[in-house]
Design a protein around this ligand. Structure first.
Ligand code: NA7
Length: 535
């Protein structure tokens, strides 16, 4: 059995790049990567909207497999901007000579598993058909754009953009009347930037968000030095941690401490900025409604003191869901932006939803607003979207789309019954988006590489989960998350942002996070890949 390639990898972002490096340089395999963009970067290649920046601290949002690069690379700020991350990934591609095995500007349009040859046939929009033993989706988790089907969009005479497909040359908002639709993590970054340029900015908010300051800036050179000296330990810690970050819950209930102590702890996290408020808070925040309420109250008070007009502040106060059950946006002057004279907030729920896009702008709540530019910051068809879009057919030509009609079903978030030798890096039902992504990516890449190495050494050619193992994993994923408040929110984690998408929690919120999940995956491997059928 020999295909054109040992492995085809789809996507050249963080995960595809490391997958290529690992299979080619560590195992000596023949690998082809297909990438739709004209260079590396994946999600970071496409998300070029104003203010686009990483929400994890740069010193851990990077590859850790290249120890020398950890020492050499200098990030300019606490959170790198999109252009800086692209520069970093371009540098990695050059340093490891990755581009020679990546075919750019090529989209995979479908792939079928052949049960006679045990090979995948992969088709591209360039008319190619190649065969490969292993097929690896490195397609990202937030890469399929969610563009709501607003009536009348084709009539709009101005320009419109989705944040995840911004033009490379940028957009000049100077002297323009601009609308931003959406107030998720993307919009929270973009709104303050656009407001600085635009003549008038109108924000259409359907659900108000709990925001915490990012507190971006230069990192103290002494801290940078100390971290570099301590990188081995840092890497070990984030690999074993819950969220792939150096954040740890306070091992107490928010309700068992005095109000003064709680305020002190919350102040500390608020002042530190970043994900600490979300991921290093009281341990019952994600479990107890009462504990969650007192923490949420702190954030609501912050909005009330920041936003000058009490009516606007009231609109910006989140309602109807528990703090932290939607992705935490990090902000730089987000609430302050609503104090500016050129910024208007439209509550696209209480004041009436967006009814249609007109020639001149947006009609919402019976009123027409006129714009030169509309920016849709309406998010993504998360996790399953990019995989379903691959148009895969497994055994008996069953499509992945059909297999997942009721929501994703996987074993360990890595493989799917009926799709042999197909791997989903940071796929649904793995920790994925609940972690600092590079940590989850490196874990999956290394685990899949070890598995492929094992298969070659033991003469196995086909791997696929057993239906029992998959059923148990799906049940476990749901059982764990059902003990938390996460399932109560209409979040993209819950598939609730896409009309008609079956309600299911998409990532895996393991009892010990990504660290515990790593242990579980390692145990599976140590027991001869328990739960998988290897032939
Ligand atoms: P999100 O977090 O999904 O946010 C999308 C926003 O767009 C959110 O405020 C939505 O309101 C709003 N939205 C979506 N559809 C509509 C319609 N039809 N009408 C009005 N408003 C709408 O996407 P982001 O890009 O901000 O962030 C995604 C992730 O990328 C982020 O979490 C990071 O992990 C990186 P809703 O809240 O659904 O009511």
């Amino acid at each position: 059995m020999a295909g054109d390639f040992d492995a085809v990898v789809i996507g050249a972002g963080f995960s595809g790049m490391y997958m290529l490096k690992s299979l080619r340089d560590r195992l000596g395999l023949k690998v082809r990567v297909y990438e739709a963009g004209d260079s590396v970067g994946g999600t970071w290649y496409w998300n070029r909207y104003p203010g686009a920046r990483c929400d994890s601290d740069a010193y851990i949002y990077c590859f850790t497999f290249d120890k020398q690069l950890l020492q050499e690379w200098e990030w300019t700020e606490r959170y790198p901007t999109q252009p800086e991350i692209l520069r970093y990934l371009e540098h990695v591609a050059k340093r490891h000579d990755l581009k020679r095995d990546i075919q750019f500007s090529t989209k995979v349009t479908g792939a079928e598993f052949n049960e006679d040859t045990n090979l995948w046939t992969v088709r591209t929009d360039k008319g190619e058909r190649v065969t490969a033993h292993h097929l690896i989706a490195a397609v990202g988790t937030l890469s399929t754009t969610n563009m709501p089907g607003f009536k009348g969009l084709d009539k709009f005479k101005g320009k419109w953009y989705h944040t995840s497909r911004f033009p490379k040359e940028g957009v000049d908002f100077t002297a323009k009347r601009v609308a931003v639709v959406g107030t998720g993590a993307t919009a929270v970054q973009a709104i303050p930037e656009i407001a600085q340029q635009a003549k008038q900015l109108t924000v259409f908010q359907r659900t108000a968000n709990y925001c915490v300051p990012a507190r971006n800036g230069k990192v103290d050179p002494e801290l940078v030095k100390a971290r570099k000296a301590d990188y081995d330990n840092i890497v070990q810690r984030i690999r074993e941690s819950f969220f792939g970050q150096e954040h740890y819950f306070i091992p107490k209930s928010a309700l068992e401490v005095s109000k003064e102590e709680r305020e002190r702890e919350l102040d500390k996290r608020w002042d530190a900025g970043g994900f600490a408020f979300w991921l290093a808070n009281y341990q019952d925040m994600f479990f107890s409604k009462e504990a969650n309420d007192v923490i949420a109250d702190y954030l609501k008070r912050k909005i009330r003191v920041t936003v000058k007009d009490p009516k606007v502040a009231e609109k910006l106060i989140p309602k109807g869901y528990y703090y932290g059950t939607k992705r935490q946006p990090l902000d730089t002057n987000y609430f302050e932006t609503f104090n500016k004279d050129n910024v208007l907030l439209v509550d696209a729920k209480a004041d009436g939803p967006i009814e249609e896009i007109t020639e001149k702008g947006i009609r919402a709540g019976g009123k027409e607003y006129e714009f030169d530019i509309i920016v849709f910051a309406t998010g993504f068809d998360a996790l399953t979207g990019p995989l379903k879009a691959l148009n895969l057919k497994g055994r008996r030509a069953v499509s992945l789309d059909k297999e997942w009609a009721e929501g994703p079903r996987t074993y360990l978030g890595i493989q799917v019954v009926g799709f042999p030798n197909f791997f989903t890096l940071t796929g649904p039902q793995s920790p994925s988006v609940l972690t600092n992504m590079p940590v989850a990516i490196e874990q999956h890449v290394e685990w899949v590489s070890d598995l492929i190495d094992y298969m070659r050494k033991t003469g196995k050619t086909v791997i696929e989960p057993t239906p029992e193992a998959q059923d148990q994993w799906v049940a476990h994923v749901n059982e764990v998350v059902n003990t938390t408040l996460m399932t109560s929110a209409n979040s993209w984690y819950m598939s609730a942002n896409i009309p008609g998408k079956p309600r299911a929690f998409l990532p895996y919120l393991g009892p010990e996070g990504v660290g515990g999940y790593r242990k579980k995956c390692d145990e599976v491997a140590a027991h001869g890949y328990e739960g998988f059928a290897l032939v």
